[in-house]
Write a protein that binds this ligand. Structure first.
Ligand SMILES: O=CC(=O)O
Length: 317
């Protein structure tokens, strides 16, 4: 994480790192240093007037961190999710926050669709079956299900959810969604209640932000409403789902399957899930491509530039 005081001119502006390891690669750091001065958080002078923070990865920005930065006006986060930042304090102090989801949304959406396709068509499970020599001894692997024509409920229709919708429309799916608010710009059916969305969906794709309101938004009631043939894909945050209840529903066959890129207590994954062939597991990788990382750097620098030029942030949350 870095805090930035101003455009680098005659006098160098300040930077802060509270990151355990170097937070970003050399080319990005060089690009930042050509315009701004970076200071490690531990080197921040007592009476610092730092106005902007650059928060890399998921480094926590707690109320204590913010307390040390009394002049802070803006946080530019590299990540799509900003649940590691104390947004309540930011709101109270009027600190603007920008995130990186614009840079990552296409890649995350591709990954969500890949997980969904894998769960439905059993690609990873079939791969395991073939590699373990069972095809020749036990015969053909059971067939999966068609994606086209499925009713997909998207939970969180932000940048990522909208890209998921775009892709699944092309596959012939019927889209509906749940979000904090109905979006006037889209014609997909809106469900204010996530249980109602689940009752009218074959598949739920979880893309929303983790907040105190969305914590465990997917619970046993939602999964019961989704039904035995339902599939859940999560590329948001692990704690959007009550993981204990999800594991129970999967183990007992009360839903058909799940594709999970995120977990409640990463990198720990419930042991029961490792045994299940109807679950595709992924180590929080949806976001990571070199192309997306490049786009994130561009977006972060543009957000910082916008702040210092008194222009609107490019990706305010
Ligand atoms: O999970 C990844 C991100 O929030 O960027």
């Amino acid at each position: 994480m870095a805090a930035i005081t101003g455009e680098a001119e005659a006098e160098a502006p300040g930077v802060v790192f509270v990151h355990g390891s170097p937070p970003f690669g050399l080319p990005f750091k060089d690009r930042l240093l050509s315009r701004f001065q970076l200071i490690h958080m531990s080197e921040l002078p007592e009476s610092s007037h730092v106005k902007v923070m650059l928060c890399m990865d998921h480094t926590p920005v707690t109320s204590q961190t913010l307390y040390k930065l009394p002049s802070l006006e803006c946080i530019v986060a590299s990540s799509a999710g900003v649940d590691h930042i104390d947004l309540t304090t930011c709101r109270l102090r009027g600190i603007a926050v920008a995130n990186g989801s614009q840079a990552f949304s296409e890649d995350v959406a591709d990954y969500a669709v890949a997980l969904l396709m894998d769960v439905l068509r059993k690609i990873s499970a079939g791969d395991r079956y073939l590699r373990s020599g069972l095809w020749s001894t036990k015969g053909d692997y059971p067939l999966g299900w068609k994606l086209g024509g499925k009713r997909v409920g998207i939970v969180g229709l932000g940048n990522i959810g909208s890209e998921v919708a775009k892709r699944l429309v092309a596959f012939g799916c019927a889209i509906a969604y749940n979000s904090r608010k109905k979006r006037s710009s889209v014609s997909f059916p809106y469900y204010a209640d996530v249980c109602d969305l689940a009752a009218n969906s074959d598949i739920l794709v979880i893309c929303g932000a983790l907040t105190s309101e969305t914590h465990h938004i997917i619970n046993k009631d939602v999964m019961t409403a989704l039904g035995k043939e339902g599939v859940i894909i999560n590329v948001g945050r692990g704690s959007l789902i009550n993981q204990k209840e999800l594991v129970q529903f999967l183990v007992e066959g009360q839903i058909r399957g799940a594709g999970l890129d995120v977990f409640e207590n990463e990198p720990i994954v419930p042991r029961e899930l490792l045994e299940l062939d109807n679950v595709v597991l992924s180590p929080h990788n949806a976001v990571v491509t070199p192309e997306a990382f490049e786009a994130m750097q561009e977006l972060a620098i543009s957000n910082l530039g916008a702040f210092f030029s008194n222009k609107p942030l490019l990706s305010p949350i």
